[in-house]
Design a protein around this ligand. Structure first.
Ligand code: E4P
Length: 217
Protein backbone atom coordinates (compact mmCIF):
# COMPACT_ATOMS: atom_id res chain seq x y z
CA UNK A 1 0.00 0.00 0.00
CA UNK A 2 1.32 3.44 -0.91
CA UNK A 3 1.58 6.11 1.78
CA UNK A 4 0.66 9.70 0.96
CA UNK A 5 0.92 12.57 3.47
CA UNK A 6 -2.24 14.65 3.77
CA UNK A 7 -0.70 18.06 4.46
CA UNK A 8 0.73 21.21 2.92
CA UNK A 9 3.33 21.67 5.70
CA UNK A 10 6.73 21.61 3.99
CA UNK A 11 8.77 20.65 7.08
CA UNK A 12 6.51 17.70 7.85
CA UNK A 13 6.72 16.52 4.22
CA UNK A 14 10.52 16.83 4.18
CA UNK A 15 10.71 14.89 7.44
CA UNK A 16 8.54 12.05 6.15
CA UNK A 17 10.27 11.99 2.76
CA UNK A 18 13.56 11.37 4.60
CA UNK A 19 12.18 8.02 5.86
CA UNK A 20 11.94 6.83 2.27
CA UNK A 21 8.37 5.70 2.94
CA UNK A 22 6.51 8.61 1.38
CA UNK A 23 4.93 7.88 -2.00
CA UNK A 24 2.99 11.09 -2.54
CA UNK A 25 1.13 14.03 -1.01
CA UNK A 26 -2.47 15.21 -0.99
CA UNK A 27 -3.56 18.77 -0.34
CA UNK A 28 -6.94 20.46 -0.37
CA UNK A 29 -8.05 24.09 -0.08
CA UNK A 30 -8.44 23.78 3.72
CA UNK A 31 -4.90 22.43 4.11
CA UNK A 32 -3.53 25.23 1.90
CA UNK A 33 -5.39 27.81 4.02
CA UNK A 34 -4.00 26.20 7.18
CA UNK A 35 -0.43 26.42 5.84
CA UNK A 36 -0.83 30.16 5.24
CA UNK A 37 1.27 29.76 2.07
CA UNK A 38 0.71 30.75 -1.55
CA UNK A 39 -0.97 27.79 -3.31
CA UNK A 40 1.25 27.79 -6.41
CA UNK A 41 4.46 28.32 -4.47
CA UNK A 42 3.81 25.62 -1.87
CA UNK A 43 2.61 23.12 -4.47
CA UNK A 44 5.76 23.66 -6.55
CA UNK A 45 7.90 23.12 -3.43
CA UNK A 46 6.08 19.91 -2.45
CA UNK A 47 6.45 18.56 -5.99
CA UNK A 48 10.19 19.11 -5.80
CA UNK A 49 10.50 17.18 -2.51
CA UNK A 50 8.35 14.18 -3.41
CA UNK A 51 8.75 12.11 -6.58
CA UNK A 52 5.22 10.67 -6.50
CA UNK A 53 1.85 12.28 -7.21
CA UNK A 54 1.02 15.55 -5.45
CA UNK A 55 -2.69 16.32 -5.49
CA UNK A 56 -3.66 19.95 -6.05
CA UNK A 57 -7.37 20.73 -6.02
CA UNK A 58 -9.36 22.91 -8.41
CA UNK A 59 -11.82 25.29 -6.80
CA UNK A 60 -14.13 26.03 -9.75
CA UNK A 61 -17.45 24.23 -9.94
CA UNK A 62 -17.99 24.29 -13.72
CA UNK A 63 -16.14 22.11 -16.21
CA UNK A 64 -14.75 24.94 -18.35
CA UNK A 65 -13.19 26.82 -15.44
CA UNK A 66 -11.97 23.57 -13.87
CA UNK A 67 -10.09 22.85 -17.12
CA UNK A 68 -8.53 26.32 -17.04
CA UNK A 69 -7.45 25.89 -13.41
CA UNK A 70 -6.08 22.42 -14.16
CA UNK A 71 -4.06 23.90 -17.01
CA UNK A 72 -2.38 26.30 -14.58
CA UNK A 73 -1.82 23.62 -11.94
CA UNK A 74 -0.39 20.97 -14.21
CA UNK A 75 2.27 23.39 -15.45
CA UNK A 76 3.68 23.54 -11.90
CA UNK A 77 5.43 20.16 -12.14
CA UNK A 78 5.24 16.79 -13.91
CA UNK A 79 4.04 15.03 -10.75
CA UNK A 80 1.00 17.24 -10.13
CA UNK A 81 -2.21 15.25 -9.86
CA UNK A 82 -5.34 17.35 -10.44
CA UNK A 83 -7.94 16.90 -7.74
CA UNK A 84 -11.57 17.37 -8.75
CA UNK A 85 -14.77 16.98 -6.73
CA UNK A 86 -17.14 14.11 -7.40
CA UNK A 87 -19.73 16.09 -9.38
CA UNK A 88 -20.92 15.88 -12.97
CA UNK A 89 -18.55 18.70 -13.95
CA UNK A 90 -15.76 17.18 -11.89
CA UNK A 91 -16.08 13.87 -13.71
CA UNK A 92 -16.28 15.57 -17.12
CA UNK A 93 -13.03 17.27 -16.21
CA UNK A 94 -11.59 13.95 -15.01
CA UNK A 95 -12.43 12.28 -18.34
CA UNK A 96 -10.88 15.10 -20.36
CA UNK A 97 -7.71 15.33 -18.28
CA UNK A 98 -6.97 11.61 -17.96
CA UNK A 99 -7.66 11.19 -21.69
CA UNK A 100 -4.82 13.63 -22.11
CA UNK A 101 -2.45 11.69 -19.82
CA UNK A 102 -2.88 13.88 -16.73
CA UNK A 103 -3.28 12.20 -13.31
CA UNK A 104 -6.60 12.93 -11.64
CA UNK A 105 -7.70 12.34 -8.05
CA UNK A 106 -11.49 12.39 -7.66
CA UNK A 107 -12.22 13.62 -4.17
CA UNK A 108 -15.14 13.81 -1.71
CA UNK A 109 -16.38 10.30 -2.47
CA UNK A 110 -18.94 8.97 0.01
CA UNK A 111 -20.60 6.09 -1.85
CA UNK A 112 -19.54 3.04 -3.84
CA UNK A 113 -21.73 4.20 -6.74
CA UNK A 114 -19.81 7.48 -6.84
CA UNK A 115 -16.58 5.46 -6.93
CA UNK A 116 -17.97 3.42 -9.84
CA UNK A 117 -18.67 6.64 -11.76
CA UNK A 118 -15.16 7.95 -11.08
CA UNK A 119 -13.61 4.72 -12.38
CA UNK A 120 -15.74 4.91 -15.52
CA UNK A 121 -14.50 8.49 -15.97
CA UNK A 122 -10.94 7.13 -15.94
CA UNK A 123 -9.85 8.53 -12.55
CA UNK A 124 -6.29 7.75 -11.53
CA UNK A 125 -7.34 7.84 -7.85
CA UNK A 126 -10.67 7.78 -6.06
CA UNK A 127 -10.66 9.34 -2.59
CA UNK A 128 -13.31 7.94 -0.23
CA UNK A 129 -13.29 9.95 3.02
CA UNK A 130 -13.46 7.31 5.76
CA UNK A 131 -13.14 9.63 8.78
CA UNK A 132 -15.93 11.95 7.69
CA UNK A 133 -18.03 8.88 6.86
CA UNK A 134 -17.50 7.53 10.40
CA UNK A 135 -18.33 10.97 11.84
CA UNK A 136 -21.74 10.78 10.20
CA UNK A 137 -22.75 7.41 11.61
CA UNK A 138 -21.56 5.23 8.71
CA UNK A 139 -18.67 2.78 8.61
CA UNK A 140 -16.00 4.22 6.35
CA UNK A 141 -14.33 0.85 5.98
CA UNK A 142 -17.52 -0.76 4.62
CA UNK A 143 -17.25 1.79 1.85
CA UNK A 144 -13.65 0.77 1.10
CA UNK A 145 -14.63 -2.92 1.02
CA UNK A 146 -17.48 -2.21 -1.42
CA UNK A 147 -15.28 -0.15 -3.72
CA UNK A 148 -12.55 -2.83 -3.68
CA UNK A 149 -15.13 -5.48 -4.63
CA UNK A 150 -16.60 -3.40 -7.46
CA UNK A 151 -13.22 -2.39 -8.89
CA UNK A 152 -12.02 -6.00 -8.78
CA UNK A 153 -15.25 -7.26 -10.39
CA UNK A 154 -14.62 -5.11 -13.44
CA UNK A 155 -10.84 -4.81 -13.43
CA UNK A 156 -10.87 -1.02 -13.03
CA UNK A 157 -7.37 0.39 -12.69
CA UNK A 158 -8.43 3.42 -10.63
CA UNK A 159 -6.50 3.29 -7.36
CA UNK A 160 -8.44 3.40 -4.10
CA UNK A 161 -6.91 6.23 -2.06
CA UNK A 162 -8.27 6.01 1.48
CA UNK A 163 -8.65 9.62 2.68
CA UNK A 164 -9.76 11.42 5.82
CA UNK A 165 -7.72 8.91 7.82
CA UNK A 166 -7.88 9.75 11.52
CA UNK A 167 -5.95 6.98 13.31
CA UNK A 168 -3.67 3.98 12.86
CA UNK A 169 -6.56 1.50 12.88
CA UNK A 170 -7.89 3.11 9.69
CA UNK A 171 -4.50 2.39 8.10
CA UNK A 172 -4.51 -1.25 9.26
CA UNK A 173 -8.06 -1.83 8.04
CA UNK A 174 -7.32 -0.19 4.69
CA UNK A 175 -4.28 -2.45 4.24
CA UNK A 176 -6.27 -5.58 5.15
CA UNK A 177 -8.95 -4.71 2.61
CA UNK A 178 -6.31 -4.13 -0.05
CA UNK A 179 -6.69 -0.39 -0.64
CA UNK A 180 -4.00 0.87 -3.02
CA UNK A 181 -3.09 4.05 -1.16
CA UNK A 182 -3.83 5.79 2.10
CA UNK A 183 -3.32 9.47 2.82
CA UNK A 184 -2.96 10.54 6.42
CA UNK A 185 -1.86 13.54 8.47
CA UNK A 186 1.85 13.32 9.41
CA UNK A 187 0.97 12.61 13.07
CA UNK A 188 -0.89 9.43 12.07
CA UNK A 189 2.01 8.26 9.89
CA UNK A 190 4.44 8.85 12.78
CA UNK A 191 2.13 6.93 15.12
CA UNK A 192 2.48 3.87 12.86
CA UNK A 193 6.10 3.51 14.00
CA UNK A 194 5.20 3.42 17.65
CA UNK A 195 4.68 0.44 19.97
CA UNK A 196 5.10 0.50 23.72
CA UNK A 197 6.92 -2.87 23.62
CA UNK A 198 9.40 -1.54 21.07
CA UNK A 199 10.24 1.35 23.41
CA UNK A 200 10.40 -0.95 26.40
CA UNK A 201 12.58 -3.44 24.51
CA UNK A 202 15.08 -0.74 23.49
CA UNK A 203 15.22 0.51 27.06
CA UNK A 204 15.95 -3.02 28.37
CA UNK A 205 18.60 -3.80 25.75
CA UNK A 206 20.39 -0.50 26.37
CA UNK A 207 20.37 -1.04 30.13
CA UNK A 208 21.96 -4.50 29.68
CA UNK A 209 24.42 -3.18 27.09
CA UNK A 210 25.61 -0.51 29.54
CA UNK A 211 26.47 -3.31 32.00
CA UNK A 212 28.91 -4.82 29.47
CA UNK A 213 31.01 -1.63 29.44
CA UNK A 214 31.56 -2.16 25.70
CA UNK A 215 31.03 0.18 22.70
CA UNK A 216 30.56 -0.59 19.04
CA UNK A 217 32.37 2.47 17.68
C1 E4P B 1 -7.84 13.91 1.07
O1 E4P B 1 -7.34 14.07 0.00
C2 E4P B 1 -8.36 14.99 1.92
O2 E4P B 1 -7.47 16.07 1.79
C3 E4P B 1 -8.38 14.65 3.37
O3 E4P B 1 -8.02 13.31 3.62
C4 E4P B 1 -9.56 15.14 4.14
O4 E4P B 1 -9.42 14.78 5.48
P1 E4P B 1 -10.28 15.43 6.67
O5 E4P B 1 -11.64 14.78 6.66
O6 E4P B 1 -9.51 15.08 7.90
O7 E4P B 1 -10.35 16.90 6.38
Amino acid sequence: MKFFADTAEIDAIRDLAATGLLDGVTTNPSLIAKSGRDFMEVTREICAIVDGPVSAEVVALDHETMMKEAEVLRKLADNVCIKVPLTVDGLKTCKALTGDGTMVNVTLCFSANQALLAAKAGATFISPFVGRHDDNGFDGMDLIEDIRLIYDNYGFETEILVASVRHVTHVLQAAKIGADVMTAPPAVIHALFKHVLTDKGIEGFLADWAKTGQSIL
